[in-house]
Design a binder for this molecule. Structure first.
Ligand code: ADP
Length: 247
């Protein structure tokens, strides 16, 4: 029975991985599809090149199909579930155990909420995953990763209109962000990591949080001594999350 449990956990983990990979590659795939379409439209393509473009288009459509099917396959099985902030954060931190152990980063977690929130667990984990990965990326020289979760009445933030929920904050003592980055970080494809970044992490995260009727905000400073970033994720407890439109 124990083996069966491990096996099903492994399958679930593979499903999550496949789903997040598909999620991340869907947008670049769409961009390539559009670009090839534009190339194929042009009248002055040499005949040889046209044949190459057509082959590329049909191969690409196969890849797109695989990506959307993987996404859908995983999505359909997903139901919103009731989880605590600790369930969510610990599951993600576990994935980073190795990387954190080999770094100079100290992790502190403080959870003062036991409230169960109705959410799409895999999606919210993906959000936390993106935030934690970004925090680690910002602390190449080491530092502190401080994660807290607490209940909130929603009254201190006008945007929340007094809706109660939980708040998870992820703070790092990394390099912080310039005004330009602060203005653009939620844009798709905006990255300062060159080939190591896709610039999709925060854009996707913002979309997921929106479907949960929550809020994702941040503060960041490059002050020479007190530099760092804090992201704050609010999830309301009374709202039904809605699934992705493509479902
Ligand atoms: P990616 O991580 O692939 O670049 P994201 O959308 O997750 O894409 O982030 C966009 C950009 O926002 C990053 O390239 C980085 O410049 C900035 N950023 C996000 N989180 C942090 C953080 N914790 N500290 C400093 N910069 C950050």
């Amino acid at each position: 029975a124990e083996n069966a449990l491990i096996q099903s956990e492994k399958l679930a983990a593979v499903g999550r991985l496949a789903s997040s990979i598909s999620h991340e590659i869907n947008n670049p795939l769409e961009a390539i599809t559009n670009l090839l379409y534009l190339i194929a439209l042009s009248d002055d393509l040499p005949p040889g090149a046209r044949a190459y473009v057509q082959t590329a288009q049909s191969e690409l459509s196969r890849v797109c199909q695989i990506a959307t099917q993987t996404l859908r396959f995983h999505r359909q099985a997903v139901r919103a579930s009731n989880v605590t902030a600790a369930d969510l954060v610990d599951a993600v931190l576990n994935l980073y155990q190795g990387r954190l152990a080999n770094s100079n980063i100290r992790v502190e977690t403080t959870y003062t909420t036991q409230t169960r929130i109705l959410c799409f667990e895999n999606d919210i984990r993906q959000v936390l995953n993106n935030l934690i990965a970004n925090a680690i990326d910002a602390m190449r020289q080491g530092g502190r990763l401080i994660i807290r979760a607490h209940d909130t009445t929603g009254k201190s933030d006008g945007y929340l209109k007094g809706r109660p929920g939980i708040r998870i904050t992820i703070a790092d003592t990394g390099h912080g962000m310039s005004p330009e980055v602060r203005a653009r970080l939620f844009e798709p494809f905006y990255t300062t990591k060159d080939l190591n970044g896709t610039g999709l992490g925060l854009w996707i995260s913002a979309g997921i949080v929106e479907r949960h009727q929550g809020r994702l905000s941040f503060r960041s400073t490059q002050h020479p001594i007190h530099h760092g970033t804090i992201f704050s994720l609010f999830l309301p407890w009374a709202e039904q999350p809605y699934p992705p439109a493509s479902q």
